[in-house]
Every structure is written in structure tokens, then in C-alpha cells.
Ligand binder design. Structure first.
Ligand code: NDP
Length: 252
């Protein structure tokens, strides 16, 4: 195949729904072999089946990315079964918004554990293989999912936004070392995407705010983000699109 992604070995975290699922499907369609990481094994199996039905290769690896040893084990399985990963999409994340005065400490922890530590666990498990792929002269990509919330000041978003600001800044910092080794690092900052993300919000006011935005404007589809991720991994090796913001046109 003429696709620049043909033969690449991709890893997608949060591949059981939303942006991760759409990106895994798109990368597979473009010829990448894809390891699928998330907790819900039944959903991963469905994604794996869809990839197979389209003639592609996928491997469902039920993994809680907040568990460092589990992510390491998934990295080893991927290398054994698909080959050394050269494209990693660290995308799993959770958004649990509420007023700070609610002191929703369990939600604070859940966001920090997944959006910050989960990303670091993914980095530790896959940076060595990205470095090795690049050393062989192949394209190597680390793509992180941040959010427009990394830069916007939105009431109720304090912990979520701070975790996403961490992710955006992390991508910049990782480039200082990895760029030199021809490993590309990119961060995508989407605005509102129609996914399962708001379903986890327990605060009624906060979920009302998101439902309102969803009803008023034509929001992004997961496929819009998937296409963007595929594009930035497919450009020539010497080009690193580093930070990409995609907003629904009407989200101003
Ligand atoms: P979804 O809720 O549909 O997807 C989240 C994914 O993360 C699921 O596959 C979920 O799978 C996975 N996940 C959750 N916890 C864990 C865990 N502990 N270990 C492994 N995987 C986990 O929402 P989105 O697709 O919208 O979210 C993807 C990313 O996009 C997140 O980082 C989010 O912050 C970001 N984002 C989303 C926006 C939006 O408007 N939707 C806007 C900007 C950024 P499972 O439950 O099976 O583990």
C-alpha cells in the first residue's frame, strides 16, 4: 500500500470509545497494526473485530493505564505480537468537573491518576521503543491528547484543566530530548467532541453546561480528531506538527 502508515505499529490508549476508538480504526484503515488499550475488554474486542472485518490487524489488550506494571506488560505483548511500537497515542483521559467548594477529592484523584500518571506510565512503557524505531531510520510518533481546557479558564474545570495543561507542557518538554532523537512529539487540543466523556460527570450543574453546548452547536466528531492524528503521523519524518487545536467552528 502507498499509505505512509502502512506497516507501522500503533498503540492507542482509551481505544474502547470516543476519540481513541475512532483513531484506532482510522490508523488501522490506513495500514497500521494497532494495539488497543483501555479497561473494558468487551468494547476492545468489538473494535478489534471491526478492524479485522476491514482487513486490518488489531490486538485488544485490556489494561488500566493507571497501573504502571500493567502498561509495561501491554508494551511487551504488543512488541511480541505486532512488532515494536513506533506510534503511540496516549489518549485515555477523564473529565470530572465540579465546583472546587464541593471538595470532590475522589474525582480530583481519578483525574490526576489517569490524565497525569496514566500518561507518564504510557511514556515510560513506550519511549524506549520509539527511540529504537527512530534510531533505525523509521518514523516514530508520540501523540498526547490534551484539551482546549488546557488554556481556557472555565469555572468548575480547575483540576481537569490543570491536568491538561500538564499534558500540553509535557509534550513541549519531551520534544527537547526526543526531537533530537528524531522522535516526533505532538499534542492535540480538541474542543467539544461528541463522546462518552460527559457521561462520567456526576455534578448536575456541570453536566448541564456540557449538554447545553452539545445541543446548541455542531460539535466535533471523534473521527475529526482521528483524521488529525493520522495526518500528523503521516507527514514526512522531518516535519513535526507539534501542537494542534481543533475546535467546533461555533465553539468560540
Ligand atoms: P471517552 O470517555 O469516550 O473515552 C475515554 C477513554 O479512556 C475510554 O476508552 C476509556 O475506556 C479510557 N479510560 C478511562 N480510564 C482508563 C484507565 N484507567 N485505563 C485505560 N483507559 C481508560 O472520551 P473521549 O474520547 O472524549 O476522551 C479521550 C481523550 O480526549 C481524553 O483524554 C479527554 O480528556 C480528551 N478530550 C475530550 C474532549 C471531548 O470533548 N470529548 C475534548 C478535549 C479533550 P475504559 O473505560 O474502557 O477504560
Amino acid at each position: 500500500s502507498a499509505s505512509p502508515l502502512a506497516g507501522r505499529v500503533a498503540v492507542v490508549t482509551g481505544a474502547s470509545s470516543g476519540i481513541g476508538e475512532a483513531t484506532a480504526l482510522r490508523l488501522a484503515e490506513l495500514g497500521a497494526k494497532v494495539a488497543l488499550l483501555a479497561r473494558r475488554g468487551d468494547r476492545l474486542d468489538q473494535v478489534e473485530d471491526r478492524v479485522r472485518a476491514g482487513g486490518g490487524t488489531a490486538l485488544a489488550l485490556p489494561t488500566d493505564v493507571t497501573d504502571r506494571a500493567a502498561v509495561q506488560a501491554a508494551a511487551e505483548r504488543t512488541a511480541e505480537e505486532l512488532g515494536r511500537p513506533d506510534l503511540v497515542f496516549a489518549n485515555a483521559g477523564v473529565q470530572l468537573i465540579s465546583p472546587i467548594t464541593d471538595l470532590a477529592t475522589a474525582d480530583w484523584d481519578a483525574q490526576i491518576d489517569l490524565n497525569v500518571k496514566g500518561v507518564m506510565n504510557t511514556v515510560q512503557a513506550f519511549v524506549p521503543s520509539l527511540e529504537a524505531a527512530a534510531a533505525e531510520g523509521r518514523s516514530a510518533d508520540l501523540v498526547l491528547t490534551s484539551s482546549i481546557a488546557a488554556v481556557r479558564i472555565l469555572e468548575g474545570f480547575q483540576v481537569y484543566s490543570a491536568t491538561k495543561a500538564y499534558v500540553t507542557q509535557l509534550a513541549r518538554l519531551l520534544r527537547t530530548e526526543l526531537g533530537r532523537k528524531t522522535v516526533r512529539v505532538a499534542v492535540v487540543e480538541p474542543g467539544m467532541v461528541d463522546t462518552e466523556l460527559p457521561d462520567h460527570v456526576t455534578d448536575p450543574a456541570a453536566s448541564g453546561l456540557m449538554a447545553d453546548l452539545l445541543s446548541r452547536i455542531d460539535v466535533l466528531r471523534p473521527e475529526d480528531v482521528a483524521e488529525t492524528v493520522a495526518f500528523l503521523c503521516a507527514v514526512p519524518r522531518h516535519v513535526n506538527l507539534t501542537e494542534i487545536t481543533l475546535l467546533p467552528t461555533e465553539q468560540v
